[in-house]
Design a protein around this ligand. Structure first.
Ligand code: MN
Length: 198
């Protein structure tokens, strides 16, 4: 069993004009495809072969190639799933309650998360994670994620933004804040809520 590049549930141009089709094509078809192929190559013949991706990322000591490509494989799976053409209304129900409880308001969460995305130096990700019964925001460098022991922010990721330049540079050049702002218009909150309830 090897890991496979997931098919997107929407077309490459479906997130236009906020995320352009060419960026999507390269990001999914080249970057994510490479992480997937390189993860399969790195895992073959190791004790982690056959384990699911979360088990792999949570394991105590992972080789750099598995950390980088396993992170890249998992993080992008989540990112594509969280996005939807046209986005969706604000979070509701228990998720909304938890956000208000932990951050004060949905807008306060957005502000904190956007700041984490903008201030992550170089390449990486910003996250909303569930830590037991608490929600926290943080960021990680490169393809690290909150499931890994090495991560400063730990927990189950429920929302993620890719802030590598490959995620936005064609459309936004150096304007990462504009990309991070547009991201909120593309969120599928039902998916976030689904992970929140897991
Ligand atoms: Mn990426």
């Amino acid at each position: 069993m090897s890991f496979e590049l997931p098919k997107l549930t929407y077309a490459y141009d479906a997130l236009e004009p906020l995320i352009d089709a060419r960026t999507m094509e390269i990001h999914h078809g080249k970057h994510h495809a490479a992480y997937t192929a390189n993860l399969n190559a790195a895992i073959t013949g190791t004790i982690l072969e056959g384990k699911d991706i979360e088990q792999i990322l949570k394991s105590n000591e992972i080789a750099p190639a598995i950390r980088n490509n396993g992170g890249g494989y998992f993080n992008h799976n989540l990112y594509w799933e969280l996005l939807a053409p046209g986005g969706s209304p604000e979070p509701e129900g228990d998720l909304k309650k938890a956000i208000i409880n932990d951050f004060g308001s949905v807008d306060a969460l957005k502000e904190l998360f956007t700041k984490a995305a903008i201030t992550r130096f170089g390449s990486g990700w910003a996250w909303l994670v569930k830590q037991n019964d608490k929600l926290v925001v943080g960021s990680t460098p490169n393809q690290d994620n909150p499931l890994m022991n090495v991560s400063e922010v730990k927990g189950q990721p429920i929302l993620a933004i890719d802030v590598w330049e490959h995620a936005y540079y064609l459309n936004y050049q150096n304007r990462r804040p504009d990309y991070a702002g547009a991201f909120w218009k593309l969120i599928n909150w039902d998916v976030v809520s689904g992970y929140f309830h897991e």
